[in-house]
Design a protein around this ligand. Structure first.
Ligand code: ATP
Ligand code: NCN
Length: 216
């Protein structure tokens, strides 16, 4: 089994990292030796399909992901969306991952509750759930809504189901509420307020060194 978490990561912050760590623990809990979680790919998006362009460049956002994950063997920075032209659609990313890991390996696409609430607007969302499981983490200020029929049909509360088939299940993980967003971090940095401890120290140092998110 592998996990995948995409994001704009402008910049990556402890909200992303802590929630992903807690998913890793949840998914490994029932894994058998040969099917437990192998790694989680952290994939910065090239051109976000649904939002304005980023402030930091693709290379800078990837470098911040590298710095944030350098001491965690489970988290793998993955630049495949930066290698593609055009919009970074998740369905294309999952197809590319499937080519790498084959059809038997479980892929867990990790998204936050905010993303899940608009999931049915995503490009080819019905194909996405044939390529991966959806693992949804809680996020402060985004409350779960009653599940639509398609989601009810896929939902499981047993992680063994995620190991037993390669894709097609929906699983919710209650994660520690950290009310942090990259938008707030960018604003605080622009206003000259400290963002220390909202991002890993190495990311903090990089942002200062490159003068990122400062108003010109
Ligand atoms: N504080 C957080 N706690 C849990 N999940 C988070 C948190 N921040 C972001 N996420 C999740 O991480 C994924 C990628 O998020 P993204 O890179 O857009 O971060 P963001 O902080 O929401 O950025 P921005 O403020 O620029 O929109 C999304 O699925 C989002 O739900
Ligand atoms: O493929 C899509 O249509 C699509 C639509 C919205 C979001 N996504 C992906 O969801 C992930 C989180 O998005 P965001 O905006 O919260 O950073 C990121 O990997 C995006 O590429 C993907």
């Amino acid at each position: 089994m592998i996990g995948v978490r995409g994001g704009t990561f402008d910049p990556i912050h402890i909200g992303h990292l802590r929630a992903t760590q807690e998913v890793a623990e949840a998914l490994s809990a029932n894994g058998t030796a040969d099917s437990s979680l192998q790694r989680i790919h952290l994939i910065p998006g090239n051109i976000p399909p649904h939002r304005p362009q980023t402030l930091a460049s693709a290379e800078q956002r990837l470098e911040m992901v590298r710095l944030a994950t350098q001491n965690n063997d489970l988290f793998v920075p993955d630049d495949r969306e930066l290698q593609r032209d055009g919009a970074s659609y998740t369905v294309d990313t999952l197809r590319s991952l499937r080519k790498d890991v084959g059809n038997e390996c479980s892929i867990c696409l990790i998204i936050g509750m905010d993303a899940f609430l608009s999931f049915t607007t995503w490009h080819k969302w019905k194909t996405i759930i044939t390529l991966a499981h959806l693992v949804v983490t809680s996020r402060p200020d985004y409350t779960a809504q009653p599940l639509q029929a398609w989601a009810q049909a896929l939902q499981t509360e047993n992680t063994l189901d995620l190991h037993a088939q390669p894709a097609g299940k929906l699983f919710f993980v209650e994660t520690t509420a950290l009310s942090i967003s990259a938008t707030d971090i960018r604003h605080q940095q622009a206003e000259g307020r400290s963002i220390r401890y909202l991002v890993p120290d190495a990311v903090y140092d990089y942002i200062q060194q490159k003068h990122l998110y400062r108003t010109p």
